[in-house]
Design a protein around this ligand. Structure first.
Ligand code: T68
Length: 866
């Protein structure tokens, strides 16, 4: 809060010296050199690519900050309802290229007046003149990898869209010192190394020393008036205090001067001093204790779709919720409105259950500090929050031990008990004498040896809307994990918002050549299609146009070459991919977190099957040319991280690398198959990998992948997909047409029955899978340790094949055969499918998604710049 006001007579002077954005090349050069010489204290004589990156970033940031200030002033003046998106993860990737593409200015004629140049092209030319290549400059930036996978990247796409749509929105998260670990592959095994992404500083963040919010842990609850009910105001006397310091990241929108804010919190010690310790001479100890504050925001927990019940994780969650709410409330209070208007001014979206404590914290603030009656407070809370669920898998649902809460957050535990008590009373009223229902639906799970708090249930009870992230998933949560709540609240509290992705990063930035081809074809030179993706439907007119198909294919080939270059670099300069045949080599890609439910094991089994089949044909005397007719050239590309403690996922990585070793060095198969594992898959690598795909794999066991979002990215980049009837694959099929997607496998309705069959040994394994498992068991891929992969075959043969690989393997192989046929013998059909897919991919823009949230959940309106 800025308390001091500049006296009126001084304002003219301020206005006279108003800071201006750079608008043209001259302006940029000026700013760039200024920052090299002053901010960086370097010069013409020692300015390398890194310095050029830094100076470019600061210059661009200057422009963003000017618009950021204007945006915030406009919002203060108009005081509209705001959205706060609470996410423990924001997987932003690099900022510079994205900012150059998004930054407000309309394309302007270049110096000769013969070409329209956007900011990016202008800066590119300028950097050239100054002695740098934009590409090299961009490559200096480390990824901001403050997320695990889909959930974190979704939050990043959402703030891009919220800004582009001029929605008054802030993101709140944590400023982890270490992002998701960097993955090294050593002898085929994943090795994790720390991602100290702030090593070279961070030119995008603005540290707000002035915003330091105290956050309390532990301690006890005091009732000044003796034995009053827990629903009355109480005082929480904390035991440990840390400070939350705000770090702001300006978020640019596309073709708008709106700049929103992503506020990330860092934990630091208070300057209060423990005099007791000091006086006993325990100076060292008291410093140590202070230093522990910083550990709260030291690192991101590296699990996706798995709830790790560590105390430090809960501390992260409370630290972040308390600081964010404090900030939101402070902003609300400046408007002097009554509390009853809070839900008209504030919408808070919970990205999964990680921020559910914010529900409890708001209730605590209203009851204990603001002295509102319980029911009035609860009404406000309920109208403010909405919750997005991202999974139905049990192991990913957060449940915290009551004992941990009673130590760390004693007052919050009381409040949770009271919330539950009122809730269960309502349930009892509606469904009397149903003790089984009460115990099933209770926020507290009564299990031995300790009671657990079901965070998803708390989030549902504390929210006015709950949404899933794709149609199938939103149906599944209603019929499985949350079915009792549907009975109680009725179905209207539960809704669907199918995920989306930002076309700015995932089309324009990642695939500039395709983007250019599209804008030419649909005659949209100012790239308005990136705002209105329905414009893409015009592409359908060219689907059969042979000349257009050839240009389309050339773009794909160029992107495949770029990926081959990346792979070569990662492989110490040795080429794995045969460049000569690159156009006729099918790039088959599966990049995502490694997880048994995502079934990378089925993919690599498919590769093994293909290898064995080729070897068999050759042994029977077939020539390579004959073999190639049945099994044309293909590169299987994998990438993704395993959680460090996830044994099976790590074994799958090892198997992929072991198969790669054997297959890639087998000269007999003459390059018909190559297998590549790309280490350290992240956002910036995704931007190179995704545009190069012919086929990508989204093959989760039906009912397990809530949505998936890379499926949308691959389609938007003109690749086809092979997938199960799961997550957003369903809507993708509906939008692009079932002729343009390769679906296979059992449906989610069948999953329970199939698992039952495995349990009672009523299912047969297909012969192809037997052949594959036999080969693995023979030690073909691990001669020195034939039992290395035993847990993988055991899980299928002896442990019930939970992910149903044996049930889907035959149809998977059959569908892969179909893929080969179309790609190699009906290439024109193939390209047509790709064009038609892109023509109809518009629905998956995160702009559509944000519009749905704004209308159906948040009830907020855009605030456009004048
Ligand atoms: C993903 N979830 C879903 N979780 O798996 C994916 N989990 O289907 C969906 O498309 C995506 O969310 C967006 O909705 C995750 O990525 C996590 O990363 C995660 C992190 C911490 C704890 C649990």
């Amino acid at each position: 809060a800025i308390d001091t006001m500049i006296p009126l007579q001084s304002r003219a002077l301020w206005n006279k010296h108003k800071v201006q954005k750079f608008e043209d090349a001259e302006g940029f050069d000026d700013r760039f050199i200024h920052h090299v010489e002053t901010t960086l204290a370097r010069s013409l004589y020692n300015c390398d690519d890194l310095a050029a990156y830094e100076s470019t970033s600061i210059s661009v940031r200057d422009n963003l900050v000017i618009d950021w200030n204007k945006t915030q002033q406009r919002l203060t003046a108009r005081d509209p309802k705001r959205v706060y998106y609470l996410s423990l993860e924001f997987l932003m990737g690099r900022a510079l290229d994205n900012a150059l593409i998004n930054m407000g200015s309309e394309p302007k004629p270049n110096s000769n007046g013969d070409e329209l140049l956007g900011t990016r092209d202008m800066v590119k030319d300028s950097l050239n003149d100054l002695g740098f290549r934009l590409e090299d400059v961009l490559a200096q930036e480390p990824d901001a990898a403050l997320g695990n996978g889909g959930l974190g990247r979704l939050a990043a796409c959402f703030i891009d869209s919220m800004t582009t749509e001029n929605i008054p929105a802030w993101g709140y998260g944590l400023r982890y010192e270490y992002g998701i670990f960097a993955q090294k592959i050593i002898d085929g095994y994943q090795i994790e190394t720390p991602d100290y992404w702030l090593n070279i500083g961070n030119r995008w963040e603005i540290e707000r020393h002035e915003i330091q919010i105290p956050v309390t842990f532990y301690g006890y609850v005091d009732r000044p008036d003796g034995d009053t009910p827990t629903t009355d105001p109480a005082q929480w006397i904390g035991g440990e205090r840390v400070l939350a310091v705000a770090y702001d990241f300006p978020v640019p929108g596309y073709k708008t001067t709106t700049v929103n804010n992503l506020r990330l919190w860092k934990a630091k010690p208070t300057t209060e001093f423990d005099f007791a310790k000091f006086n006993t001479g325990d100076y060292k100890n008291s410093v140590d204790q202070q230093q522990r504050a910083e550990s709260i925001t030291a690192c991101l927990y590296p699990n996706d779709n798995f709830a790790e019940g560590k105390e430090l994780r809960l501390k992260q969650q409370y630290f972040w919720c308390a600081a964010s709410l404090h900030d939101i409330i402070r902003r609300f209070k400046k408007t002097q409105r009554p509390w009853s208007e809070f839900p008209d001014q504030v919408a808070i979206q919970l990205n999964d259950t990680h921020p559910t404590l914010a529900v409890v914290e708001l209730q605590r603030v209203l009851v204990d500090l603001e002295k509102l009656p319980w029911a009035e407070a609860w009404d406000i809370v309920n109208k403010t929050f909405a919750y997005t669920n991202h999974t139905v898998m049990q192991e990913a649902l957060e449940k915290w031990p009551v004992s941990l809460f009673s130590r760390l957050l004693p007052r919050h535990l009381e409040i949770i008990y009271d919330i539950n008590w009122f809730f269960l009373q309502e349930v009892e009223k509606k469904f009397p004498d149903n003790s089984e229902l009460l115990s099933r639906i209770s926020i507290i799970e009564e299990v031995y040896p300790e009671r657990l708090i079901r965070m998803a249930f708390l989030a549902i009870v504390g929210s006015h809307k709950v949404n899933g992230v794709a149609e199938l998933h939103s149906e599944l949560i209603k019929t499985t994990i949350f079915s009792d709540f549907v009975k109680f609240y009725g179905p209207s509290k539960f809704t669907n918002v199918t995920n989306g992705i930002t076309p700015r990063r995932w089309l324009k930035q990642a695939n500039p050549e395709l983007s250019k081809l599209i804008s030419e074809a649909i005659n949209d030179p100012k790239d308005d299609f990136l705002l209105d993706m329905t414009k893409l439907t015009k592409l359908a007119e060219f689907a059969d146009d042979h000349g257009f198909q050839q240009r389309w294919n050339k773009v794909k080939e160029d992107n495949k070459i770029k990926l081959a270059d990346l792979i070569k670099n990662l492989n110490n300069g040795e080429d794995i991919i045969d460049r000569e045949h690159i156009n006729n080599t099918l790039f088959d890609i599966q990049v995502k977190r490694i997880h048994e439910y995502k079934r990378q094991q089925m993919n690599i089994f498919g590769v093994i099957y293909r290898y064995l089949a080729i070897k068999n044909l050759l042994e029977q005397g077939a020539s390579i040319e004959e073999v190639e007719k049945k099994f044309p050239r293909k590169v299987s590309i994998f990438g993704g991280k395993s959680a460090p403690g996830y044994y099976m996922a790590k074994l799958i990585i090892k198997l992929i690398n072991s198969v790669a070793d054997v297959v890639n060095s087998d000269v007999a198969i003459a390059d018909l198959i190559k297998v590549v594992f790309i280490p350290d898959y992240n956002v910036s690598k995704a931007e190179i990998i995704i545009p190069a795909s012919d086929l990508s794999e989204h093959i989760s066991t039906a009912g397990t992948e809530a949505s998936g979002t890379s499926n949308m990215k691959f389609v938007m980049n003109g690749g086809l997909i092979i997938g199960t009837v799961d997550g957003a694959n369903v809507e993708i099929t509906r939008e692009i047409g079932e002729d343009n997607i390769f679906l296979f496998g059992n449906l989610s309705e069948k999953v329970e029955e199939l698992r039952y069959n495995h349990k009672y040994r009523k299912s047969e394994m297909p012969s192809e899978l037997k052949m594959v498992l036999n080969a693995i068991e023979s030690g073909l891929f691990s001669p020195e340790n034939p039992n290395e992969f035993k847990p993988l075959w055991d899980s299928i043969k002896h442990h019930g094949d939970y992910y149903l690989v044996s049930d889907d393997f035959a149809s998977y192989l059959a569908t892969q055969e179909l893929v080969d046929q179309v790609f190699h013998y009906e290439k024109s059909e193939w390209i047509k499918k790709c064009i038609l897919s892109v023509a109809n991919v518009g629905f998956f823009s995160s702009d559509r998604c944000i519009e749905e949230y704004a209308e159906t959940i948040w009830n907020v309106e855009p605030v456009k710049p004048e």
